[in-house]
Write a protein that binds this ligand. Sequence first.
Ligand code: SAH
Length: 471
Amino acid sequence: MKTFPMFLQMQGRRVVIAGGGEQAAQKCRLILKTEAEITVLAPSLEPELADLHKQGKLNWQAGPICAADFSNAALVFIATGCPATDASLHSLAKTAGATVNVVDQPQLCDALTPSIVDRSPVVVAIGTEGTAPVLARQIKTRLEEALEPRLGDLAALAGRLRDRAAMRLGPRARRDLWRWVFAGPAREAHARGSERQAAQMIKQAIDTGEIGTDQQGAVALVGAGPGSKDLITLRGVQRLQEADIIFYDRLIDPEILDLARRDAERVYVGKAPGCHHWPQDKISGVLVAAARQGKRVVRLKCGDPGVFARGSEEADALNAAGIEYEIVPGVTAASAASASLGGFLTERGTCDTLVLSTGYSESQTANLDWINALRPGTRVAIYMGVGSAAKIADALVAAGLEDVISIDIVSRAQQKDQVISRCDASSLVETIQSDAILNPAILFLTWPQNVTKADATTDKPLLGQLGGATA
Ligand code: SAH
């Protein structure tokens, strides 16, 4: 080891940053996470630093710099962006006996800044002694996935309960207790947001000396995103890794299931449109039954669990059974498809209203209710619309809207075999056939603000420039 990792006490200590530009701002952001007192030495400050100075979060010294300015500093960062200035400031700081980090000049550094995973008070620092910063970032990403966002709060809670545990339990029982806290149901309860429940479980274990078990399981309704594995949220991955059993849908990519623990049970409860292989009440029933067995249950749904996913029916069943559940949002197909088009779901002044609708109604016939929402400045994203394309086109024509509405179709958005098409109502059915549009697909119907029924035609690409799209 050429460098040695240490955690420095920063409370109330002086950190000096020389430089007033972006590099200095970066170091400042880092040190602002601590309780150090920051002094910036620079003739002028870029806007972010100036703002922090105005808020009283840093001291600013604009005059000439001498060695004394670096004295008594716990750390000095030299970050002017000019190598020659950096070198001369480095000499001054060394004269003052400071521990110095010079940005991008490892040969002048006494201390190197690590990649940090911050779940304060739990902090992981990763260093490669400057050999492989990309590797450090990859390790950081894996740890960010592995350590739940609320872990720091759990550690802080454990810290507050240490005295109570020390008063009631012997050393061996205490070790067992904390092992149980960080590996068992208390951590899981805390991670899914049930902080009070976790605290009660820990306190009860301390007071009774018995490491309890969470009798009742819990359910997470998790959005898997539009299909590619890197579009599920970190929280979603976390829940998959905790799950004992996963009930998943038809549109879930197998690669996403690979993110779960290898020994987690996987149950397919998919439904093809129109043929309800697994009726909804049966799905709700198995969720309730698994949770009652004390299992951690994930109900994995494509996109967002709150958008055309029958989430409320499952939530009702869980509520009725008194089972706790959590909703983990996901990237819905409309967001994914819009990004695939290189565009934006709303565009200020052009499209200020966004409607999410479905082409398929409760009674398994075409749903055309969205037509009432169409007016200038509106975009309707139609989910499950391919099977009703002919009816959608007829409805637009019957309403006299075929010339004002432009249609973008994105099939399998954000997947390897994504297809993008653009047409109008009169060519919708033909386009779906000729471009071999398959489910799942989203139809965007857009009526721009500036287009009226009378001046119908517009060639403006409606969801931004299609040139930027990934085909
Ligand atoms: N909960 C999901 C929607 C489920 S309904 C979400 O928030 O996205 C199923 C419909 O979603 C499909 O018929 C299709 O219209 C749309 N869909 C899901 N994944 C899609 C994808 N990758 N590309 C385009 N549309 C998709």
